[in-house]
Design a protein around this ligand. Structure first.
Ligand code: PSV
Ligand code: MN
Length: 397
């Protein structure tokens, strides 16, 4: 059990500011490309055409927020000949390569699944891709391999639910065995889509059971958009942290299903509650090793400002979580003061933390208003003018 829980009072301004300054939010390469729904992918002028251009865009997010130093890759969308050179380019731009995301959901072979597919040939192909991703991690210096499986079934009886778990276990064990001592596997769950009847890793419990069997370097990834409506995600976060099995977040927000909207847009209060449990469980400490990532798509809005906005939303939720008066909360809880305890949380949530964050940015030598600074930089106009021709990055690209 991870014992880094934070019950002491950190609403003190110095600690809060330090925590906000050292926060790191990873942005996803795919969020810089075009995306859409199954009805339409809208192209946008200036969108990156190559992994390097995605990194250049991500570097602007870091330049103006100061807290987005790494970029998650998705293979094969970001496949290149020379990953060391890609890493060197990222460094020149002021960012670094982060989590490697595997992709075993886009080939025709995967119609009935990938590592859970009934045909061993397809399973072998999927496993080979996962192992290729571990090789890429060597070249990129990435710590984490993020696995999300679209595997599942659409109809009762279509396949043997239990046998599919056996196949999953076998593949995960093979990947785990290939990891280096400093590398981790983070297993992401999602309750439905694209499978509609049964998903092979549908929930935190399934992910947790597999990770527990694998060992300490297997951790659960909580994608905030991957839960049924009404799910108490902060409870899941508290529990996984308590068990030392919370490895990563994919932040985004949802109104209906896996909407992939900007983090903190649909329900900022939920994001605050999650970040409070992260703080309560010691998850903000670097030694907790939690990867705070965004996983979202920008279908109708400009991508870079939307990502900056998401980063700011996560910062605001974190600042509010840090402002919770832990001593007052503990006292109210211990005395059964239901309304008092709730008021302590709400006081923090209802605090306008924007002036605090503006100050923190100024102390870091940044513009207090990242969105205005980005707009003034002329990056958008420049990329629209320069990125002409070629194929824009987008789903499947
Ligand atoms: C699946 O919905 C997911 O959340 C996984 O993290 C994927 O890797 C990502 O979206 C991008 O498609
Ligand atoms: Mn995700």
């Amino acid at each position: 059990m991870l014992d880094t829980s934070d019950t002491h009072d950190t609403h003190d301004t110095h600690d809060t500011r330090q925590a906000l300054k050292s926060q790191a939010i990873e942005t996803p390469s795919w969020a810089y490309g075009n995306s859409g729904t199954r009805f339409k992918v809208f192209a946008r002028p200036g969108v990156p055409r190559t992994p390097r251009e995605k990194l250049a865009d991500a570097a602007r997010v870091h330049e103006f927020t100061g807290v987005a130093p790494s970029v998650a890759l998705h293979i094969p969308w970001d496949r290149v000949e020379d990953y060391a050179a890609l890493g060197a380019y990222a460094k020149e731009q002021g960012v670094r390569l982060g989590t490697v995301n595997a992709n075993v959901f886009q080939d025709d072979d995967y119609r009935l699944g990938s590592v859970c597919h009934p045909d061993a040939t397809v399973r072998r192909k999927a496993l080979a891709h996962l192992l290729e991703c571990v090789d890429i991690m060597e070249a990129t210096g990435s710590r984490d391999l993020k696995l999300w499986f679209a595997d599942g079934t659409n109809y009762p009886g279509q396949d043997d639910l239990r046998a599919r778990q056996d196949r999953l276990e076998e593949a995960l064990a093979a990947v785990y065995a290939r990891l280096g001592d400093e590398q981790r596997l983070v297993l992401e769950y999602k309750f439905f889509e694209p499978a509609f009847y049964a998903t092979d890793v549908p929930d935190w419990g399934t992910a947790y059971a597999h990770c527990l069997k694998l060992g300490g370097r297997a951790q659960v990834c909580v994608d905030t958009g991957h839960h049924a409506p009404g799910t108490n995600i902060e409870f899941i976060v508290a529990l996984l942290l308590r068990e030392g099995k919370l490895g990563a977040f994919d932040f985004n927000s949802r109104f209906y299903a896996d909407d992939d909207l900007m983090a903190g847009a649909a329900d900022p209060f939920q994001l605050f509650r999650i970040m409070y449990e992260v703080r309560r469980g010691g998850g903000l400490a670097p030694e907790a090793g939690i990867a705070f990532m965004l996983d979202q798509c920008h279908n109708i809005e400009a991508k870079i400002p939307a990502i900056i906005r998401s980063v700011m939303n996560v910062q605001e939720a974190t600042a509010k979580a840090l402002l919770v008066d832990a001593n007052a909360l503990a006292t109210a809880q211990a005395s059964g003061d239901v309304l008092g305890a709730n008021a302590v949380l709400m006081d923090a949530y209802n605090t306008d933390v924007r002036p605090l964050l503006a100050d923190v940015r100024s102390e870091l030598g940044l513009d207090p208003d990242p969105l205005a600074a980005y707009r003034r930089s002329g990056w958008e106009e420049r990329t629209v003018a320069e990125r002409v021709g070629g194929t824009q990055a987008g789903w499947g690209a």
